[in-house]
Design a protein around this ligand. Structure first.
Ligand code: NAP
Length: 359
């Protein structure tokens, strides 16, 4: 949907049951008040593909609320690699400019569509907007299908909760839904200090697996604290050799590839027969899968889908203190240029959060 379409869509006529004259008058006053408050919003708008300077803070129309959707006042969002990949033009054919990027929300419901029964105004929620959907979350308001929205964990601030939906939901899909990781199994998580990896390490530990995780030496203690049993410094150690030695040549049950390049091919060497490899990275050089054939391995390519149930599962683990947010830094939402530059240059621990409010 373009901004122009959004602009014309907000005032759509809804079917209402018959009302008395006084009720109609008060409804009109209420709606005019709501409209005046929410017909426009500030957003970080991507005006062209390229470097981070292509964002502009603009006033744009608030997106239209459909019957099955909720309108959310965004309290915080976070930056994900998909944001800078999209910004620089990796997915040009899927994105129409000008665009609002952003795939994490923690916020407060301001209005519900007439078909929504499971949320009410004032509910505090968190979710990941559809990737390449209509509007992203670098904006004061966002609309989303109620089906992808969940109540925010009670023990997290909005800033903390905004760090979870995409990274945590992806970790859930990889290790639980697709990977079927079991108590007592052995897993290798690449990039244990990253947004996805830092949640995946905690999740694998909570499941009861033995966790190998790669990171650079400066993150060794940090990733150990997250729950890794054996941290591998990928710059100074060869993870294939380490895992061969430490598993007596058996290998691991599951590998989570968050890196790309030749990671699939190399990781296949240290997965046990009938084991699994999960890859979430789409940009990879051609690799041989011969090893997977010979060992009856299963390879899952995951593009994490949006749905409420996994957020509710994460919420349970967060509220039981089995998962905690991992926040590299918090910036004001209008510092999106700096946030993109920081994530893109690499070396972050967990997530960069953009805040709209102070908590
Ligand atoms: N398919 C999906 O649904 C999906 C969902 C989410 C993310 N993704 C993709 O998954 C990838 C990771 O996402 P993310 O949010 O976790 O990224 P991220 O937070 O930017 O990852 C940064 C981390 O990567 C580590 N790192 C870099 N190169 C490494 C290597 N060779 N070995 C081990 N660690 C390395 C860095 O650790 P050090 O500082 O210690 O080097 C840093 O902590 C991205 O490409 C993203 O687009 C896909």
């Amino acid at each position: 949907m373009s901004f122009a379409q959004a602009a014309t869509g907000y005032c759509e006529v809804r079917e209402l049951p018959p009302l008395s004259g006084i009720e109609i008058l008060s409804l009109l006053i209420l709606n005019q008040g709501d409209l005046a408050q929410m017909e426009s919003m500030k957003a970080a708008v991507l005006t062209a593909f390229g470097d981070a300077e292509k964002f502009e803070i603009q006033t744009v129309p608030t997106p239209t609320l459909k019957a099955n959707q909720v309108l959310v006042r965004v309290c915080a969002t976070s930056i994900n690699p998909i944001d800078y990949q999209t910004r620089r033009g990796d997915y040009k054919e899927l994105v129409r400019l000008p665009a609002i990027l952003g795939v994490d929300v923690s916020g407060v419901i301001e209005a519900v569509g007439e078909a929504v029964t499971d949320f009410k105004v004032g509910d505090e929620v968190y979710y990941s907007p559809q990737i390449f959907g209509e509007f992203g979350s670098y904006a004061q308001y966002h609309v989303a299908d109620a089906a992808i929205v969940a109540l925010k964990p009670a023990n997290l601030s909005h800033i903390e909760a905004a760090s979870f939906p995409l990274a945590g939901g992806t970790a859930w899909d990889c290790l639980v839904t697709r990977g079927n990781l079991q108590v007592g199994e052995t897993v290798l998580i690449h990039a244990g200090a990253g947004g996805v990896g830092s949640i995946a390490v905690q999740l694998a530990k909570a499941i009861g697996a033995y966790v190998f995780a790669t990171c650079s030496s400066r993150n060794r203690d940090f990733v150990t604290e997250l729950g890794a049993d054996r941290v591998i410094d990928y710059k100074n150690e060869d993870y294939v050799e380490v895992i061969r030695q430490e598993t007596n040549g058996l290998g691991v049950d599951l590998v989570l590839d968050t890196i790309g390049g030749e990671t699939i091919q190399r990781s296949l060497e240290i997965i046990r027969p009938f084991g699994r490899l999960i890859s979430i990275v789409d940009i990879a050089i051609p690799q041989s899968l011969l090893e997977a054939w010979g060992k009856n391995l299963t390879i899952h390519f995951v593009l994490s889908p949006q749905y409420r149930a996994k957020l509710e599962a994460l919420t349970k683990l967060i509220e039981r203190h089995q998962l905690r947010p991992v926040i590299d830094s918090v910036l004001s939402w209008d510092q999106v240029v700096l946030a993109h530059q920081r994530l893109e240059q690499g070396g972050t621990r967990g997530k960069i959060v953009l805040k709209f409010t102070e908590n």
